[in-house]
Design a protein around this ligand. Structure first.
Ligand code: EPU
Length: 434
């Protein structure tokens, strides 16, 4: 099993480009099930989850075309619409397989997708996805652990749907219902839709395929169903969570870094909170819609802050763990509350092994800043928790060994080589060789 060995305490220096967003790419790729024309995606990150999604789509009769190595291009085209079973073997490796449900059902009249299980960040139910699809007329049953959905007469029907739940809206649930509604008959209005930029990116793709969508990015999305959708070429939006992680990497090492292809508009809640703490993100140039070249710098001593994670445009849960690592080194008591996944604190006991002082009370953690963290062997548990341990390792005195980095590899492409290029001492080692 791979581990990272990090010798901390080095300043980072230079420029790094943010790659396309995994969480945008997964529902975008699933939209290839909605048409028999090719979809061409640019700037797709090379990650395990993307490879799993490609494998799943191939099983659903929508294989990838060959692409030149390193091109970051993925072309998908449905050639066999008779396949509609997303098997548990794949779904268990990647919860986002649920993205296949709405598009398969809408285009083929029937879908069978293995029910995803829970994961380390919580239970992660899919009731809202099913509620939305049922409102579009789908008949849904659970058979042998599979969600089996059928559209009576082969086509879904537009409807007014409320998609809010106890923890706000649902990002992938909105993606599923939005994608399905594009081919439904009549008009669909999704109320309490997720406003995340990844939903806006999906709506952009669907619109270029011929869908009629208004309001994406707001809590009310209106879709006029069309008979069929066509092909499109689409560049995946830059990864706001990767960008936020890199901003934290600069701040925790007290470095000045240039971040290219940074989706700065999607990071408002993050840059706003960080500014209060003493981390400054300055736009050097605007290179396209929500793509900028930014410089990150920070004050020597960071101030403590209060942060609550919320659905977009609030502070993202996917940056909570990384922020917590940063606040371990601030001067005073910070309070971090997790409102999306209240159990998402697997990194807390690991950071404590490095000398962090934290007190957790339910979904809130009080962080009492310390002057220094000390390297230690720590265990990655989920994707973002792993990133927070890497950040802590970059700042800590001595050597940190982060075990089980396969979690990290699901969402960060070649993080260690990219950090090395900025001057970090971080290397990938097989655990057996330590
Ligand atoms: N929820 C329900 N019922 C549902 C769906 C969700 O109660 O049917 C609850 C969840 O348990 C959670 C909240 O609603 O408390 C929000 O969950 P959401 O459905 O929005 O999460 P998701 O769409 O499954 C995506 C990202 C996550 C990210 C969340 C929240 C992808 C592939 N995943 O998950 O990303 O944390 O939105 O922003 O896009 C990550 O990248 O590390 C990651 C976990």
């Amino acid at each position: 099993m791979d581990t990272f060995v990090i010798d901390g305490g080095r300043r980072l220096e230079g420029s790094i480009r943010v790659f396309g967003a995994k969480n945008a790419a997964l529902p975008l790729m699933a939209a290839a099930l909605l048409t028999d024309q090719p979809l061409v995606f640019e700037d797709v990150p090379d990650l395990a989850d993307i490879r799993n999604m490609t494998r799943l789509l191939a099983e659903l009769g929508c294989p990838p075309a060959d692409a030149p190595p390193g091109s970051r291009r993925v072309t998908l085209q449905t050639v066999d619409p008779s396949q509609n079973h997303a098997r548990y073997d794949i779904v268990k490796t990647m919860r986002a397989s649920i993205c296949a449900l709405g598009p398969t059902l809408a285009s083929r009249g029937e879908a069978r997708v293995a029910m995803p299980g829970g994961c380390l960040i919580g239970d992660r139910p899919v009731d809202l996805h099913l509620r939305g699809l049922r409102a579009l007329g789908a008949e849904i049953t659970l058979e042998n652990g599979d969600i089996v959905a059928r559209a009576p007469g082969g086509r879904l029907k537009g409807a007014r749907i409320f998609l809010g739940g106890n923890f706000g809206s649902t990002v992938l649930g909105t993606a599923n219902v939005l994608s399905a509604a594009t081919l439904a008959s009549g008009t669909t209005v999704i109320e309490s839709a997720a406003c995340e930029p990844e939903i806006v990116d999906l709506a952009r793709l669907l619109t270029s395929m011929g869908a009629k969508i208004r309001g994406a990015g707001s809590p009310r999305i209106t879709v006029e169903g069309v008979e069929q959708l066509g092909g499109a070429t689409h560049t995946v939006m830059p990864d706001r969570i990767e960008a936020g992680t890199l901003i934290c990497a600069a701040a925790i090492t007290n470095s000045v870094l240039t971040i290219e292809n940074c989706p700065i508009d999607s990071l408002m809640a993050v840059t706003d909170r960080l500014r209060v703490s003493g981390v400054h993100v300055e736009t050097l140039s605007e290179d396209g819609p929500d793509r900028a070249t930014c410089r990150v710098s920070s004050e020597r001593v960071l101030k403590p802050i209060e942060v609550t994670t919320q659905p977009f445009p609030g502070f993202p849960t996917d940056l909570q763990a990384q922020l917590l690592a940063l606040l371990c080194l601030s001067d005073g008591n910070s309070v971090v509350t997790e409102k999306i996944f209240p159990e998402r604190f697997m990194h807390v006991p690991e950071l404590a092994r490095m000398g962090a002082r934290m007190h957790r009370e339910g979904a809130t953690v009080v962080v009492s800043g310390v002057r220094r963290l000390r390297g230690a062997p720590v265990m990655a548990s989920d994707l973002r928790a792993s990133a927070s341990l890497v950040l802590a390792g970059l700042a800590a005195e001595g050597t940190t060994v982060v075990q089980r980095v396969y979690h990290l590899d699901r969402g960060y492409e070649q993080l260690e080589t990219r950090l090395q290029a900025l001057g970090a001492s971080i290397r990938r080692v097989d655990e057996a060789d330590l």
